[in-house]
Every structure is written in structure tokens, then in C-alpha cells.
Design a protein around this ligand. Structure first.
Ligand SMILES: [Fe+2]
Length: 265
């Protein structure tokens, strides 16, 4: 019997503060996340897992209490990946127990999820340590019969913004060397760039997702804020390896993102 596709919702670059009214680039990040979550609950539920792909807080460990409060009652796993603004020790302490899982791997139906840690202490740019690359290689080999979704925080392909491309994944060639050794990788997914991206490389779908708060202006060589609203991404992973996915912009739903299926919402 064929299984319904695995539905996953990704929130990224939450940039929360301990203070509930903390603002980043003019946007109060906690209410923006709450609005995105409410929209997702109305449109996308039920889902099998949530993905939080980095920058859960804005250099403020007190922000993790909001992650716990908003997602801690989840009946399904909440996969978390650190970003450059996360604080490794408090993040791992606050999100140590289910439903949270930091990095590692997970299986959903015919799919394998691999969550990679590209955090480097004190650096905005990311890097995958040799151990992470080896872990990815081993997981893809061990589950060669499953379709793989690989996630990380930093962008492994140029975003097309000079300033942003100085803080991407430093050793992207090493990542692609591993991915190219395997036939089962279907999607590479990241955050960090605060804008949408949907591309392809050697048969692998490349996806980036806007922040749940402020966005960066695409194509700008200098740092610049985009006026687009908060967003998130849904993904449907089919057992035959097909992937459906789209961004939902939270303040402009009708114009930007038609409902993915008639029964949603
Ligand atoms: Fe960010």
C-alpha cells in the first residue's frame, strides 16, 4: 500500500531574544514567528516533523525558552540545526529532550533526513568538520535504499550577493564531493540567506528558505533588507523520491503562494 507523502514544515532564522519584544532589523522576531506558526498550523497541519534550520536565537541564550514554549509540546519531532547566531552549549542544554533533536539523522517512510552542523565558533561563515562529512557519507551509504534530504544552516552554493557570499559554507567542495559519491540524495536544504532559492545541481534539488523575521534583498552586493514578509517552507516527500515544496509568505498569502492542495487550510 502506498504511503501518504511525508509532510515537513521548515522554519529558519528565527533570531529570537529572551525579551518578547526583541527586534531584529525592525521586526519583532517572536511575534513574527508566532504568526508564521499560526499560519502553518492552519494551512499545513498535520505534519510529520518540523525543521528549525539555524539561528534559532540572536546571540541570546534566553531566546531558547521561547523555542521550548512554542515547540516543546509537539507530538512529532522538532529537528534543530545550529546557525552562526546560536549558542551551542545553551542550545544543546535547553533542547536536549524530545520532541527536540539536534542534528543527527531521522527516518520517515522511504526517506532519510541528515541534519548537518556547519557552526564555527565566532564566525559568520560555516564549515563542515571532517567528522560531519564522514557522518554524512556513512549515513548515505548505510541508507543507500532511501531517498535523502540533507539540511544545514549555511548556503553551499553562491547566493548571488557579494556580502552574503563571504559568509556561506567555506568547504562546499568537500560537501559536494560526498554528495556526488551517492545516488540517493534528492534535496539539499538550508537557511541563513533570508530569501527563497529553488535550484538544481546534478539531479539534486537545492532549496533555501526565507526567515521567519526580516529578509535580505536578493542580488544585492551590499547588505540590504528586503521588504518581503516572514516566511516558511513546506515539503512533501513522496515514497518514490519526488519532492513537492513551496514557500509561504505569511503576510501576502493570496498573492504569493496558492494553497498546495484543495483540502489544506
Ligand atoms: Fe539568520
Amino acid at each position: 500500500m502506498s504511503r501518504a507523502p511525508t509532510r515537513i514544515v521548515q522554519f529558519t532564522d528565527l533570531h529570537l531574544y529572551g525579551a518578547a519584544d526583541g527586534r531584529l532589523r525592525g521586526i519583532a522576531t517572536l511575534p513574527a514567528l508566532e504568526a508564521a506558526l499560526a499560519t502553518a498550523r492552519a494551512r499545513e497541519a498535520p505534519w510529520e516533523a518540523l525543521l528549525l534550520t539555524g539561528d534559532l536565537v540572536q546571540d541570546d541564550p534566553a531566546g531558547y525558552q521561547h523555542v521550548r514554549r512554542l515547540f516543546g509540546q509537539s507530538k512529532v519531532p522538532v529537528y534543530c540545526i545550529p546557525g552562526n547566531h546560536d549558542e551551542q552549549v545553551p542550545m544543546r542544554a535547553e533542547l536536549a529532550n524530545a520532541p527536540f533533536q539536534i542534528c543527527g539523522t531521522a527516518r520517515h517512510g522511504e526517506w532519510l533526513l541528515v541534519m548537518l552542523d556547519s557552526y564555527q565558533h565566532g564566525m559568520a561563515a560555516g564549515r563542515l568538520a571532517a567528522g560531519e562529512l564522514a557522518r554524512l557519507d556513512a549515513a548515505l551509504s548505510e541508507h543507500a535504499d532511501r531517498h535523502a534530504l540533507v539540511c544545514l544552516h549555511h548556503h553551499p552554493v553562491a547566493a548571488g550577493s557579494r556580502w552574503l557570499d563571504t559568509v556561506g559554507l567555506e568547504n562546499r567542495d568537500a560537501l559536494f564531493e560526498v554528495l556526488d559519491r551517492h545516488q540517493n540524495v534528492r534535496v539539499l536544504l538550508w537557511g541563513h540567506v533570508h530569501q527563497a532559492f529553488d535550484g538544481e545541481r546534478r539531479g539534486v534539488r537545492l532549496l533555501a528558505t526565507p526567515s521567519t523575521c526580516a529578509q535580505f534583498k536578493p542580488g544585492s552586493d551590499q547588505f540590504a533588507i528586503d521588504q518581503r514578509p516572514p516566511g516558511y517552507r513546506w515539503l512533501e516527500l513522496h515514497e518514490d523520491g519526488r519532492v513537492e515544496s513551496a514557500i509561504v509568505w505569511v503576510d501576502s498569502l493570496a498573492a504569493a503562494a496558492p494553497l498546495p492542495r484543495a483540502s489544506a487550510g
